[in-house]
Design a protein around this ligand. Structure first.
Ligand code: MN
Length: 501
């Protein structure tokens, strides 16, 4: 469902005409070599596309317009191999709607001590050419990523790759559709928000559907479609005895499969990328969708429970950012604590809806009662997330802006089996520890719902937040409550004043 190779980042080299044709030909050849190097890098998931060297305001303006209207261009990399007087860039940057990254690199790694002359100096001058370009970006108050270093270094390529992934997620969100089955869970605050503002700022639209629309789609599913999916379940999971062929819950499992096929058909027909459900609004549905949501998330859909459209869109964005990387991304909720001093842990889970992409083992397919919602027992996949570093991210509507909070955590194995816990779960130790991390999260107003990922890092989300113009707060190993409180206060005044800039 998500293929980042189809996305293009355009590599744009700035220069000017005073150097003459020979020098410009060399500039172009060097740029092409860099493009080939970046394209071949395993750290960069998109196609890097060479664009002819620009030497005039008209050419830069035309290129920016072309980038804006390109369906496959997710952003630009700019580089000034030679000096490119930056007034030439004003018209273009004024209309550019795609994100851009300024790669501050140099064609040659080292100074050729014995050979260097003024011709060499005049060709290899990004050390000051890129400063001229940097000034106009700052003068115009443009958000952009600046990456410094030699273009062949893995660290530089990694930074480009991280930014490219964020740019892909941003591109994916523009015009994206989020389906909301039912409304917000009654009286819940944090899952609410300004959907008009979200569409203006973040690009996606959220549309509400009566649960009857979904029930219609589900009721049209044929027995043979259900047969096919149930046999996929049989082959893919550790199916509990009563759910197997001839078992007492086989009929209810078929109902769960009918829900999945119907939901998928509804989402595909409407070209949706994310969706929400609500256990308070299930009229005509026999079960709260469990395995259906888990498997749709695994296929790349964003999801939020209880009408949480912000988290649904964030899960989708992180699915895009993490595509092809090791580890998965899931809707998640901080559920319960294990207090144990410095090793205090969080047990994360949800009623049902945790994505199998984070599983550390083959999931078990089971059916258990749900204590809320008043419906029949829903089928769900049960597993424990694999250990390793991960993040939890949340997006909040603060009234005058959207705020993203990210918490870095280390996922661990539970101390003992959890034989009676009938849901998928992850257990983690937050950095620097639970006391500081939970304190900071609560002071920031972070939601109980998150998008959890073992593929995406805080760096991806920081780049995404900068592209999107979101406030970004990261809780990591260096966080202290005293400094975090100051950052919150400073941000309050910054975002108030920034509106006037
Ligand atoms: Mn919830």
């Amino acid at each position: 469902m998500i293929d980042l190779k189809k996305s293009e980042v355009w590599f744009v080299t700035g220069s000017q005409s005073l150097y003459g044709e020979d020098t410009l030909r060399q500039v172009a050849a060097h740029s092409q070599t860099i493009v080939q190097g970046l394209s071949a890098s395993a750290h960069i998931p998109v196609s890097i596309v060479y664009k002819p060297v620009v030497t005039s305001s008209d050419a830069i303006y035309a290129l920016c317009l072309e980038a804006n209207s390109s369906a496959s261009c997710v952003g630009l990399i700019t580089w000034m191999h030679t000096f490119s007087p930056a007034k030439m860039w004003i018209a273009g940057l004024n209309v550019l709607k795609k994100p851009f990254m300024h790669l501050h690199t140099q064609y040659n790694r080292e100074i050729p001590w014995g050979e260097i002359d003024m011709d060499f100096m005049n060709l290899n001058q990004s050390a000051h050419g890129d400063r001229e370009f940097g000034f106009i970006g700052s003068r115009m108050r443009l958000e952009r990523k600046v990456v410094v270093g030699y273009w062949q270094d893995p660290e530089v390529q990694e930074e480009i790759g991280v930014w490219a992934r964020a740019a892909c997620a941003w591109h994916d969100a523009q015009g994206a559709r989020v389906a909301r089955f039912g409304d917000n869970m009654r009286e819940v605050a944090v899952t609410e928000g300004d959907k008009v503002e979200a569409q203006i700022r973040l690009g996606y639209s959220v549309g509400g559907y009566g649960i009857g629309d979904l029930v219609d789609a589900v009721s049209q599913i044929t027995d043979s479609e259900i047969d096919r999916l149930v046999s996929v379940y049989d082959d893919t999971y550790r199916v509990a005895e009563p759910l197997r062929k001839g078992g007492s819950q086989r009929g209810a499992l078929r109902e769960a499969a009918r829900i999945e096929v119907g939901m998928r058909a509804f989402l595909e027909a409407g070209r949706f990328k994310a969706f929400t459900t609500s256990f308070e609004d299930l009229h005509g549905m026999e079960q709260l969708p469990g395995i259906a949501v888990q498997r749709l998330m695994a296929d790349g859909y964003g999801f939020g429970a209880e009408g949480d459209w912000k988290t649904a869109a964030l899960v989708r964005a992180m699915k895009v950012m993490g595509a092809g990387l090791d580890g998965g991304t899931s809707f998640m909720e901080d559920y319960t604590y294990h207090f144990a001093g410095a090793q205090s842990r969080v047990l994360g889970a949800h009623m049902l809806e945790v994505c199998t992409s984070i599983a550390g083992e083959k999931p078990a397919l089971e059916m258990h009662p749900l204590s809320i919602g008043g419906k029949k027992d829903p089928a769900r996949l049960v597993f424990t997330a694999r250990p390793g570093p991960a993040i939890n991210a949340t997006l909040l509507d603060m009234g005058n802006r959207f705020r993203m909070v990210v918490s870095e955590v280390d996922v661990v194995s539970p101390d003992a089996p959890l034989p009676k816990l009938p849901v998928a779960r992850a257990m983690w130790v937050p950095r620097p520890n639970l006391k500081v991390a939970a304190g900071a999260w609560i002071l920031a107003g972070g939601a109980h719902h998150t998008s959890y990922s073992q593929a995406v890092t805080a760096s991806h989300l920081q780049d995404f937040a900068e592209i999107a113009g979101l406030e970004f707060l990261c809780i990591d190993a260096n966080t202290t409550i005293a400094n975090f409180k100051k950052e919150l206060r400073w941000n309050e005044s910054y975002y108030l004043l920034a509106k006037g800039l």
